[in-house]
Design a protein around this ligand. Sequence first.
Ligand SMILES: [Zn+2]
Length: 420
Amino acid sequence: MNNMFQNYNFTVAERFIRYARIDTQSNPQSRSFPSTEKQKQLGQFLVEELKSMNVPDALMDSFGYVYATIPSNSPRPVPVICFCAHMDTSPDCSGAHVEPIIHKSYDGGELILPDDPERPISPSEHPYLKQKIGDDIITASGTTLLGADDKAGIAVIMDMVNFFQLNPAVRHGKIRILFTPDEEIGRGVDKLDLRTLGADFGYTLDAGELGTYEDETFSADAVTIHFFGLSAHPGYAKDKLVNAIKVGASFLDSLPKDELSPESTEGRYGFVHPVRLEGTAEKLTVEFIIRDFMTSKLKGYEDFLKGKMDEALNRFPGSKAEFIVTEQYRNMKEVLDHYPQVSEFAIEAIEKAGLRLRRSSARGGTDGSKLSFMGLPCPNIFTGEMAFHGRHEYVSVQDMQKSVETIVYLAEIWELRTDD
Ligand SMILES: [Zn+2]
């Protein structure tokens, strides 16, 4: 049965620790690409490691993308599959001098972080840990994030490469490997050349809990509303001045308090969410993000906001407004539904690794949502990375190993299901 890995020495944990030590924080304020040069240090390191694993075409381009190929060893015309992970870490928490710590054979208690022993990682705040008793858990030391998001994904893919090099009898088609910069700041695929990549289907390795498969993301628009008042010298403004700040405040106050917001929704429900406010008595700008799994619902939310805006304008005669909608990204499921085998094979692989499937939807976007609409259908597979973007981030070594097994099986299934 599933004894392909019985004699395999996984390398994913050592790899992960090496990558986690390299600071790759991205920076949303930067205008360069990649947003921070230091991300290329990891890129170069990965290229060297790939070359030492007998992957001679591994390269990093000037934008920091790392591309590499494992050639097909099958006589069949198997579609080219890409496995993708991002190299950068979140700007929300320091990624400098990360000191990964392995807590061997986790006992179910609190995980003490030596540089901040007052604030351990506790299973009451992180209930997933209760399922990880006996596992080896990797954390940071207490002052930085860990960067399992998404260096766990990188380490999983690198260990898959190692596995295929050591087990040439396991059949697979051509596999393309892609490591991207700047995912955390939403630019991960901006400079990507899909023709250079040359893949038919892709999988990002960037989801959390063991067995997770995500083929849905939010659909997303941005809305900007400019409120215009009528300015006048405040000493002589009677019956003349209309204050845009008050118009905008009245509008914002009219939004519902206990529905349609991120703080009041979960699961399948969408929201409208003001994220920025700027202005003067003359002109006030409010920026919103609009989110739902059903693209068709976005229009309804936008009409709702527009209605509230018009009501506010009516309360302040003389005021005006401009309402601008910008498309951001779309639910990848709209694309994936046309390629059912992409999900079928992934689910089969997760089950073949002996795992219970955890199908979930990302209440956000991934590189995969953009890639799917660019022409590379690209759902998301678990790595074990948990509690990302903070000092309590952690990852189970055994979860990462199961992720390696899953993508090895996945490549094998694509080969098996291809007709001669
Ligand atoms: Zn990520």
